[in-house]
Every structure is written in C-alpha cells, then in structure tokens.
Design a protein around this ligand. Structure first.
Ligand SMILES: [Zn+2]
Length: 242
C-alpha cells in the first residue's frame, strides 16, 4: 500500500495546471479583446473560474488518483507541457482542450475493469460537483458583472451568463458537466477510451445519463452536438482499434 500523499513537484504542477485551465477558460469567454480591453476585470474573472473550472479539473484528477491508490497502484499528477500550450493556443479560438495534464498510474497488475473504474471516477466526481453547484445556485446564488461578457449576438445564457452577469454556480455546474462529457470521448488517452474498453454498456449508460443531465441543466441542444461527437469518436475508435 502506497501512501496517499502529494509530492512537492506534483503540487507545483497541479497549481500551474489549475491556473492554466482557468486562464484558458477565461480567454474562451472574454476573448483577446476582453483580456486586453478590460485587464482589471479579466484578472477578477479568473477567481470564479478557479473556483468552478479549476476545482472541477483537479478534483476530477484526484478522484483518479485516489481510486488508483485504492487498487494498489502508484499514481501521481503530471503536467503535460505540450497539452498545456495547445490548450492555451486553442482557447483564443474559443475552444477548450481541457487536458493540461493527467494522473499517471504505475502498476503491473491493474485489470481492464479496475482501469475502467479508475477512469469513470473522474467524470463521476464532476457530476457530483455539478449537483453541488446547482444546489448552491438555489441556496446562495452569486452574480458578478463583467463588461466583456456583454457580447452582442452571443447567447451564453444556458451556461449561466446573461446580460454581462456571470451566475457563478450555474456556470460551474454547466462547466463540470462539459468536463465530464469531454472526458467521456472514447479516444485515447481520454477516460472514455478506458471505460469503453472495459464495458461498452457502462460507457453508453454513462454517456446517456450525462446527455440527459446536460439537456436538463444546460440546454437540450447538448444532446445533438455532444451526442454526435461521442458517436463519431465511438465509431472511429471501433474502426481503428476494434
Ligand atoms: Zn480523467
């Protein structure tokens, strides 16, 4: 049994990754214009993003780590510099490739089933966080105004952004559902590929549950856009890897 501890350089990589994913997400919503036009507001915008997206990312990774350690493996978070740079670059085009790093698992006796359970633990925790944020939205809503969120012609209201106001918890819930959906894409090295390899029925069940949750908590359009993408990657991985 290995200890459940975080090494110093692992902690440093976690902090950098959390800041980077929050910064990239801020760029997605504020754009280059928002960042340069309202630098002070942009800096304040990072705080709710660390609380919602940054926490969703790192708690997801720690869920993998804890379950892997439970199965007797050694596990630690490693930042992936190319992924981090790619994430920052694509954020300027409005796309978040949410993979600045991942938990690496070291063991010679992890079964396909155990690997599947380790993998699904991350998205499952994002769903739990989403429900927690939805409850906070009812109990203690927080709204923050940001000038750059007043974009004409862009409707982010399903994601908790309306009339320039960020509804922090609703936004956080939506982002955590998106993180779970993104990670369930059945393409290596994403979690979905390992769940798919373990048990296709569980993969399909989890994806349907996520789409229903997304349709309810975010927007019914999620089912079409994400459903299409997940199906496409499912077919591609079936064709390529059997
Ligand atoms: Zn994951």
């Amino acid at each position: 049994m290995y200890g459940i501890y975080i090494e110093k350089d692992e902690a440093v990589q976690i902090v950098i990754s959390v800041l980077a994913i929050s910064f990239a997400m801020a760029i997605v919503f504020a754009g280059m214009d928002g960042m340069l036009g309202y630098p002070r507001e942009f800096l304040f915008f990072l705080a709710p993003l660390v609380v919602t997206v940054g926490s969703g990312f790192i708690l997801h990774e720690m869920a993998h780590k804890l379950v892997a350690i439970y199965y007797g493996a050694q596990a630690r978070f490693r930042m992936w510099t190319q992924g981090l740079v790619f994430m920052l670059a694509t954020s300027f085009f409005g796309i978040l490739f949410a993979a600045p790093g991942a938990v690496y698992i070291y063991s010679d006796r992890i079964s396909r089933r155990e690997n599947g359970i380790i993998s699904i633990a991350g998205p499952a925790l994002n769903v739990a966080i989403a429900f927690f944020f939805l409850a906070l939205q009812e109990l203690a809503p927080i709204g923050q105004f940001f000038s750059f969120l007043l974009m004409p012609g862009v409707d982010f209201s399903p994601y908790g952004i309306s009339a320039g106001t960020l509804h922090v918890w609703k936004f956080g819930a939506a982002m955590n559902i998106m993180l779970a959906l993104f990670n369930m894409i059945p393409a290596f090295p994403l979690d979905g590929s390992k769940v798919f390899a373990w048990n296709k029925l569980i993969w399909i069940g989890a994806v349907i549950a996520l789409l229903v949750l997304g349709a309810w908590a975010i927007n019914p359009m999620i089912v079409i856009s994400w459903g299409f993408m997940l199906l496409l990657f499912g077919i591609l991985s079936k064709l390529l890897f059997g």
